[in-house]
Design a protein around this ligand. Structure first.
Ligand SMILES: [Zn+2]
Ligand SMILES: [Zn+2]
Length: 383
């Protein structure tokens, strides 16, 4: 069966690369992925998948399913692009690889023995899509979840940090900055003191913690003492307890700044917290096994360096999950123009084929080996 899967994906190479290329040509940002979602859902419907369009209150999320019994695997198709940068995170490759894996599996796995589910998961860049899908219970009854992400290197295990988002708005009192400065309450000072407080806090933070922010509103003119000002922070750490602790201390910095400057403070903490990626070593090893069978070498890259966050973390907390990286060009890094172009290069096409093939091989082994499914489940439960 393994050789059949390789040939099935290979036979669709141009079609799958074409999907990645079409998405590249009309990039859509989070929750606006109408054309992209339709393209992917239509392609799966033509292959005999049952379609549910619109999930968890998101028009661009979808579920395509094939099969009626046996273990279920969800293959995730991200599809959103970045504002101004197009597919600089390569979600067009993720989506095309997911479609390719599902089509190959549908043809290779006997009907009735397994359930193949493709989930269209929008708005990854906004950190929303999978958070909402998990909340809506979309992963209930799913035994494992997988997706691939393009990268500069072929890596199977990579950590992702938990992440919380907080917006602060300071309200003061406007005044002429030269003529009546004593009448004003400077909201921008509230923001500046928040940054200063956080910068002092940094020396007491753990190695894995990241706190970074921007000023979203800094006033309108130098001769007007700003009546309002705002800033927006991300807090990240390798576990959610630490994310919560640091978030509280960041909020305290803003509260201290409000007290010191006499401003009123509004705190808006996004309740959609991204969880860190819970690694499943058994399922990861199964993916690695398929790479080795294909003769593809994994990069020697540390799993705990250059870390970001992703809503895949939330999925990994409810079902055994893998998120391996497929290579599209050495030294080409995500969220750059060069990365967007690489998604439609020859190496980008190869990444689509690799992702589809290795996911399908991994899923086929997962379906065939009940002992392994139990091991994966046990590791998930006990870790
Ligand atoms: Zn990204
Ligand atoms: Zn991405």
């Amino acid at each position: 069966m393994k050789q059949a899967i390789v040939e099935l994906v290979e036979g669709r190479r141009d079609e799958l690369a074409g999907i990645a290329e079409q998405l590249f040509r009309f990039p859509e940002t989070g929750l606006q992925e109408h054309r992209s979602a339709a393209l992917l859902a239509d392609a799966l419907e033509r292959e005999g998948f049952r379609l549910e369009r619109g999930l968890a209150g998101m028009d661009t999320a979808f579920r395509a399913e094939y099969g009626s019994g046996g273990p279920a695997i969800a293959i995730l198709a991200e599809m959103d692009a970045l504002p101004g940068l197009g597919h600089a995170c390569g979600h067009n490759i993720i989506a095309a690889a997911a479609v390719g894996a599902a089509i190959a599996l549908r043809q290779a796995v006997p009907a009735g023995e397994a359930r193949i589910i493709v989930l269209g998961t929008p708005a990854e860049e906004l950190g929303i899509g999978k958070v909402e899908l998990v909340k809506a219970g979309v992963f209930q009854g799913v035994d494992a979840a997988m997706m691939v992400h393009p990268s500069s290197r072929r890596v199977v295990i990579k950590h992702y940090l938990g992440l919380a988002r907080i917006r602060f708005t300071f309200a003061g009192r406007p005044s002429h900055a030269a003529a009546y400065p004593e009448e004003g309450i400077n909201a921008l000072d509230g923001v500046i003191q928040t940054f200063n407080g956080i910068n002092a806090l940094r020396q007491q933070l753990r190695q894995d913690v990241r706190v970074h922010g921007i000023i979203t509103d800094g006033g309108v003119a130098p001769n007007i003492i700003p009546a309002t000002a705002g800033c927006y922070f991300y807090v990240r750490a390798s576990d959610l307890d630490e994310v919560g602790r640091v978030r509280d201390r960041v909020v305290a910095c803003a509260e201290g700044a409000a007290l010191a400057t006499g401003c009123r403070l509004e705190v808006a903490a996004d309740e959609r917290v991204l969880a860190p990626l819970k690694i499943n070593h058994t399922l990861s090893a199964l993916y690695s096994e398929q790479l080795a069978w294909l003769g593809l070498a994994e990069a020697n890259a540390p799993a705990d360096k250059n870390l970001g966050s992703s809503d895949i973390g939330n999925v990994s907390q409810v079902v055994p999950t893998i998120h391996p990286h497929v290579p599209i060009g050495a030294g080409v890094h995500i969220h750059t123009d060069a990365f967007a172009r690489a998604t439609v290069s020859d190496q980008g096409k190869q990444a689509v084929v690799e992702g589809a093939t290795v996911m399908a091989l991994t899923a086929a082994e997962f379906f065939a080996r009940s002992d392994l499914r139990k091991k994966i489940r046990d590791e998930f439960t006990n870790s």
